[in-house]
Design a protein around this ligand. Structure first.
Ligand code: ADP
Length: 424
């Protein structure tokens, strides 16, 4: 099938979120973890190819290089339009990596202008007058201010992006967007005439996203959250660039033990963990103990549980506990020991028959999928907006994986996930 859009995502749950929204169209979506080794022939690609990187918090030069290689692969697979996917809460460090990667992709694709549209109204992320909101709160007042790796302390996307890119950052605000695609195109052209290549675009509702997609879908590079990308399949179908396949692919039936592994400390994950810990056998991991003694105690605990019943292992903690661990170990080490331990637990769980994995946390999902050796995922039904069940093979065995970004899903998400799989 013709590859219509080559997508590069800066983390794993971001990639599954994007893949889920694209897959709502009924068009085939393929998700590859890391830069694929095999050269894909053009007729083997899906309409949408998503490459999941794990570069949100990498040093800038590494993130840019990985994205360059992903771009190269997508181009060789036949893509001529590209999407750079980052979090709907614009998670980035002081140096990047949203801007530097976008700059590189613009240079490589010859894009003279691109848009930045993180809004995801269905999940409560909106952008108004260049400021990002999470529900009714400014980003900087939302729980994202306490994120362990990318604390977001400013809500102005212009202020956040400007130090990350070459050249000025402009805004196409809601007043323009609400006038429709023609007005927005005119505004983008005017900004382009003023030499503004990087444009933040306001969006508070799905109608806004429809307008933005209609005004910008022919740019060689678009950037943003999954929701703006989710508008593109409809446009491609309307334009006759692709037709819906006649038969939907049958999804594998996965049985076998179930486990939830959570390394996310986001506010919604904390609620989900509290909710699920009351329902199944659960174990809390403490980074300070892990740094001293490794994951042995967790592996022993796992060995004492019945393989078949669902269980929960989590490092999820309140902001004060996270701060304490980071003060003792350093931010990076605290995150690393947790990711390493959960990775070991995942491998051990697989060995002892677990085939259904729910993972909470973007970085955590990256670590666990790598540990399991998963490289290619098929996208299944959505558990919550932006969180699908995905299917993969580990050592030739089918597994089901749900990779949940920190703040996604409702309080009962973990039970919902297994219920959906059992009913599927
Ligand atoms: P989210 O999707 O919520 O952002 P991530 O997995 O991307 O979650 O990021 C959470 C980071 O916090 C991970 O690197 C994880 O290892 C780390 N972490 C988890 N628990 C703790 C803890 N108790 N103390 C410090 N860091 C932690």
């Amino acid at each position: 099938m013709t590859l219509l859009l080559g997508c590069i995502a800066d983390d794993f749950t971001g990639a599954t979120d994007l893949a889920a929204l694209l897959a709502r169209s009924g068009l085939p979506v393929s998700l590859r973890i890391g830069i694929p080794e095999e050269k894909r022939r053009r007729d083997e690609t899906a309409a949408f190819e998503v490459i999941a990187l794990k570069c949100r918090t990498s040093p800038v030069d590494i993130a840019v290089e990985q994205a360059r290689q992903a771009l190269q692969w997508l181009r060789e697979a036949g893509a001529s339009r590209f999407f750079w996917k980052y979090c709907s809460t614009f998670d980035s460090t002081a140096n990047g990596n949203i801007g530097p990667v976008a700059d590189m992709l613009m240079a490589e694709t010859g894009a003279t202008q691109t848009i930045y549209c993180p809004a995801f109204p269905e999940n409560g992320r909106s952008v108004f007058m260049g400021h990002l909101f999470v529900g009714e709160q400014l980003l900087s007042e939302s729980p994202m201010k306490d994120h362990p790796l990318t604390p977001m302390r400013d809500s102005s996307l212009i202020r956040l992006l400007t130090p990350q890119v070459a050249g000025p950052v402009g805004l196409a605000n809601r007043n323009i967007v609400s006038k429709g695609p023609t007005a927005l195109r005119a505004r983008l052209a005017q900004l382009g005439d003023d030499g503004i290549r990087h444009v933040i675009v306001d969006a508070v509702g799905d109608d806004d996203l429809g307008t933005i997609a209609a005004a910008s879908f022919d740019m060689p590079l678009l950037t943003g959250g999954s929701a703006i990308a989710g508008q593109l399949p409809r446009l491609y179908l309307e334009q006759g660039l692709v037709t819906l396949p006649q038969h939907q692919q049958a999804l594998p039936k996965v049985t076998g033990g179930a486990i939830v592994l959570s390394g996310s400390c986001s506010a919604m994950t904390r609620k989900q963990v509290a909710n699920y810990a009351g329902k199944v056998a659960s174990l809390r991991l403490d980074p300070i103990a892990l740094a001293q003694d490794g994951a042995t105690a967790a592996l022993e605990w796992l060995g004492r549980q019945s393989p078949d019943t669902a269980k929960l292992i989590y490092a999820t903690a309140e902001p004060d506990d996270v701060r304490r661990a980071q003060e003792r170990l350093g931010r990076e080490k605290a995150g690393q020991v947790v990711e390493d331990a959960l990775s070991e637990v995942a491998r051990e769980a697989f060995r002892y028959g677990t085939r259904r994995f729910v993972v909470a946390g973007g970085e955590t999902s990256g670590a666990i999928t790598q540990a399991l050796g998963v490289t290619h995922l098929t996208i299944g039904p959505e558990i919550a907006p932006g969180v699908p069940w995905t299917f993969a093979a580990v050592s030739g065995e089918p597994i089901a994986l749900a990779l949940k970004s920190g703040n996604f899903g409702g309080e009962g998400f973990f039970s919902d996930a297994f219920d959906l799989l059992e009913g599927a």
